[in-house]
Design a protein around this ligand. Structure first.
Ligand SMILES: Nc1ncnc2c1ncn2[C@@H]1O[C@H](COP(=O)(O)OP(=O)(O)O)[C@@H](O)[C@H]1O
Ligand SMILES: [Mg+2]
Length: 238
């Protein structure tokens, strides 16, 4: 459970988050919608503890993360998987080594167990026979799949995806969205996605929030958003 309470954040004189509050339930898929520059990534970075609010609090599983020392934050982040906008695979490592990397860094496992775990997740993510390829040999959609496999390899309980469909064509976007939903359900994790891709957001989300001018102006299920009378909400989702 993620609880955001009255979070405000400015950069220089620009108020980016203005008294934002929201609750994300365990095991739900929650999408933060908004135009480019609305503050989606900034909000996500607060949930990961990469940014601290000027005021307000963020709780994850009842622990206030806004004032945790870095050592505790690092420990907490091990329960989290991230799929960042750029995908950010290591270009100089094979797919296998990319996915095995978090295991080698954070788990103390023998080589055989590592191999098995990587194989299992590749299968789950429908990525057979690419283990020995380099990232440069993969399509954009495949890279996202590999990045997702790497994000989940430590059995993450929370998955963060920043604009997972940006830069992909409509078919790949749909595939990646469906994959995130399937993986999220299979692992039973809480998933937070930022997006400006309405169609796919409606496909994957249990609930959504729309940020505009630093505020959450709508929050709820797809049907609840569609029923909104607010002019900006109507325009954004139409
Ligand atoms: N580290 C930073 N320093 C200064 N301004 C920032 C920083 N991060 C984000 N911003 C500004 O905050 C606003 C929201 O950014 P962002 O959350 O990245 O938008 P988006 O909704 O597209 O993800 C933008 O105007 C951006 O320039
Ligand atoms: Mg962003």
């Amino acid at each position: 459970m993620i609880r955001v309470r009255n979070v405000s954040k400015s950069f220089n004189d620009q108020l980016v988050l203005n008294d934002v509050s929201l609750d994300i339930k365990s095991e739900e898929i929650f999408v933060v919608l908004g135009e480019s520059g609305a503050g989606k990534s900034v909000l996500l970075k607060h949930l990961i503890g990469l940014l601290q609010p000027d005021s307000g609090t963020i709780q994850i599983d009842n622990e206030d993360i806004t004032h945790l020392p870095e050592s505790k934050l690092l420990k907490m982040r091990k329960k989290m998987g991230y799929l960042f906008q750029e995908g950010a695979l290591y270009d100089f490592m094979t797919v296998f080594e990319n996915i095995a990397f978090p295991l080698r860094e954070h788990a103390h496992l023998d080589e055989k167990t590592i191999r098995q775990k990587v194989k299992d997740i590749l299968k789950m993510i429908d990525l057979d026979e690419v283990e020995e390829k380099m990232p440069a040999q993969l399509s954009g959609g495949m890279k996202k799949r590999v990045a997702l496999a790497r994000a989940m390899i430590l059995d993450s309980k929370i998955l963060f995806c920043d604009e997972p469909t940006s830069g992909l064509d409509p078919i790949r976007s749909r595939d990646v969205s469906d994959l995130i939903r399937n993986v999220s359900r299979k692992f039973g994790c809480t998933t937070v996605i930022t997006s400006h891709d309405i169609r796919n957001s409606f496909r994957v989300a249990d609930r959504l929030a729309l940020i505009h001018d630093g505020k959450i102006i709508a929050m709820g299920t797809q049907d609840e958003l569609k029923a909104s009378k607010d002019a900006f909400v109507k325009e954004f989702i139409s």
